[in-house]
Design a protein around this ligand. Structure first.
Ligand SMILES: CC(C)(COP(=O)(O)OP(=O)(O)OC[C@H]1O[C@@H](n2cnc3c(N)ncnc32)[C@H](O)[C@@H]1OP(=O)(O)O)[C@@H](O)C(=O)NCCC(=O)NCCS
Length: 150
């Protein structure tokens, strides 16, 4: 029986988060990007999911007035498709709602079919495109949005 908990990311989590990052993205965030993200605690939602004592996933988001911008979310490859990503995303949504957000917005690579399916399953809808948003591959970004109801 495994047990997963979600808590605030701290600087001590950066090494395992970097491991997840490197195994999840073609252009991973650097350690410095995570450090600076952690410095802006009041305007950010930075979470890790810990399973059996190990960091298995994380999310990082910005709060801009009444909007949450989900910057990154990932689960270690060996732990995917067990609902952990959903747990992290729901935790971001709950915290965003508690902070009075009206919507969550994010960009996802056009070719990232699994993430697009993941977000759709959680009620996000595709609202537009940013052409050649990802400079590493010149890929377009799909903009997805989740609106908090009443
Ligand atoms: C996107 C990601 C965080 C999802 O995490 P996860 O723990 O695997 O997701 P869950 O187990 O909660 O999946 C929930 C649902 O999302 C959808 N989904 C998730 N992965 C999928 C895949 N590879 N293919 C199709 N649908 C998928 C399914 O509907 C799934 O439900 P199901 O397993 O009952 O069919 C994970 O795949 C990941 O880390 N990807 C690499 C990083 C990334 O692309 N992040 C998003 C950047 S915008």
């Amino acid at each position: 029986m495994t047990e997963a908990t979600i808590r605030e990311m701290t600087s001590g989590d950066i090494p395992p988060v970097m491991e997840i990052e490197r195994s999840s993205f073609i252009t991973p965030w650097t350690e410095g990007m995570f450090r600076s993200q952690l410095r802006f605690r009041d305007q950010a939602i930075n979470l890790v999911l810990v399973e059996d004592g190990n960091v298995a996933g994380y999310a990082a988001a910005w709060i801009a007035y009444d909007e949450i911008h989900l910057l990154s979310i990932a689960v270690i490859p060996a732990a995917r498709r067990r609902g952990l990503g959903g747990e992290i995303l729901r935790a971001v949504m709950e915290r965003g709602k508690a902070r009075g957000a009206l919507r969550i917005i994010l960009e996802v690579r056009e070719g990232n079919a699994s993430a697009r399916a993941f977000y759709r399953m959680h009620g996000f809808v595709e609202i537009g495109t940013r052409r050649r948003y990802y400079s590493d591959t010149d890929e377009d970004a799909i903009i997805m949005e989740y609106l908090f109801g009443e």
